[in-house]
Structure formats: C-alpha cells, structure tokens
Design a protein around this ligand. Sequence first.
Ligand code: 13P
Length: 336
Amino acid sequence: MSELNNIALKILKNGKGILAADESTGTMTKRLDSVNVQSTPENRLLFRETLFCAASMSESIGGVILYDETIKQKTSKKKSVPELILNMGSYPGIKVDTGAKVLAGSPDEKITEGLDGLRERLKEYYKLGAKFTKWRGVYNISKKYPSKLSIQSNAHALARYSALVQECNMVPIVEPEVLMDGDHSAKDCFSKTSEVLKKCFEELIFHKVDLKGIILKPNMILAGNKCKDKISNDEVAKLTLECLKNSVPSEVPGIAFLSGGQSEIEATENLNLINKNNNTNFIMSFSYGRALQQSALKFWSNDIQNIEGTQKIFNHRAKMNMLAAQGKWSKDLENQ
Ligand code: 13P
C-alpha cells in the first residue's frame, strides 16, 4: 500500500472524519462577529485549541484542516498546533489555496487561485507537520452555470494542485463544491455535480495524480436553498450515492463530504442515510466545518473560558458524525 493511500485510510478509518477548521481570517471574523466575540489571533486560537484538545479528537476526528495562521501558532502549552493535533491521535492538514477570485471571461463565476509558488509553500507546510492539504473549487449553479469555462479551469487547477501535493508526499483533498445557493432542483444539482466531478477526474488522471492517494470532498446532492421542491433525506442519500458511483473512479479510497450550509442535524442525518445505503466501495465520511462547530461556537461565545462545556458539545457532534459515517446514528442517540 502506498504511503499516501495509508494516510488517506487512516484519516477516514472506523467512522473517523475531518474537522475543517481552516476558515480564513476573513471568514473566521464573520463567524466570531456573529456571536459577538472579537476576532483577534488569540481568540481564534483559543476557540480552535479548545476543540483540538477535546476527547473526540482521538476517537472521531482523523484529520484537522488548518489555516496558514493556525498552523504557525503556538498553543497555551507552548507546543505547535500540528504537534498538539498529532499528540491527540489525529493528522494535521492545511488549506493551501489562496481563495476563489472572479473568473476572467465569466465574471459571475469564480476560479480558485494559489498555484504560483505553491511548491515552495508545500515544502514549508510539510516541515511544519502537515500530512494532507485542501483546495476548494467553487461552482455557482443556475440554468447557465457552471459554465464549461468554470468547470474546465477549476478542474485544471485542482489537478495541478494535487500533482504538486503528492510530489511533496502529502494527501490532497480535492474539493469541488457545487454551491447550495439558488432555486435549482436536486435533479439539476445531480447533473451539474456529475459533470463537474467527471471533468475533475479527467484532469487528475491527465496530470498523473495517484487516485489512491487523494480524498474527494464533494457536496451532497441537494435541492437549492431557494427551491420550492425539497426532497427527502432518503432521496438525498440515493441521488448522492448514484452520482458518486457514476462519476468517481473506484481507486479513490475515501469521500468526505462538506456540509455546505446544511444544519448540523441535517448533515448528520444525510451522512447516516448515505452509509446505510452505501452500495459502493468508497468510505463515506465527513469533512465538516460549520456542521461540526456551530453549536460549540455559540456555547463558547457566552463564556470563552468554559473549555469543558464547549468540548462537551463538540464531542457530541463529532461522535454523532462518526456514528453516521458508519450508518449507526439515530435520533435517539442524538437526543441522549
Ligand atoms: P462546511 O462544512 O461549513 O461547508 O465547510 C467545509 C469546508 O471546508 C469548505 O471548504
């Protein structure tokens, strides 16, 4: 088994998933503003360190995606953040794209940047302890979007990124996110997501990326948040499985979904149903940001020194998602 395949499997084994704590300073500031906590480097670290020291880090979280600021910070015990995460039994990872910018030629869409100088940055992150990385491409969805240009250019960037990351002995998380915003139907989400994924894999293969050494981080198949025809959770699971089965090569060891604006419970319930009905060979787990942190952040904001209380809430969410990643979650367990 290749070393990269081994890392990917370790991150996702036995229902473990990924904590996406890689909000850029801008996004984290929005999150902290929403709960009236001042966004300083110290407060950003305090919240994150509180989660990284929680018991669920050993039990349910196989990897943590960090942001550039955090991977370079020292914890209250004067350790580096990657050291803390490794000691808790999880793998540190790093977001390496530099954000989604206006796509020249199709200004309503975005292209993710960050390839210039990436090889050098990767070497630095590797030395700091990163075992895996993340790059997120984002796709608007409507009748005319995503355009061929957006699908092609983001797939190309994801593939160039992945090849450079594997060259540096880390596992690339490949994240093509078809957004939930809009009034599109689940059927539209299915067809556009399929097109996006197929193009991504075409480019990954063209760029000689070892598919056994990546983790795919896709969206689930959902109706747009402004669509009147919502579908059931069972339908979400069915369509998501069908889409991935048809579009993802079987060599890919694991799939870790983003939550993308679903509520915490919705994200857990959908993941559970996907696993209950999983008729593929892929591990299906989570790489959630908001759906793992929302309640913990809200609780923490009332008393930022209440570490134990915050960890209790985070541990519960992490455990529920670990159960869901094995198809063992239930409403009763949720409410216990
Ligand atoms: P959400 O789960 O909040 O969508 O975040 C996941 C992520 O990492 C987006 O890039």
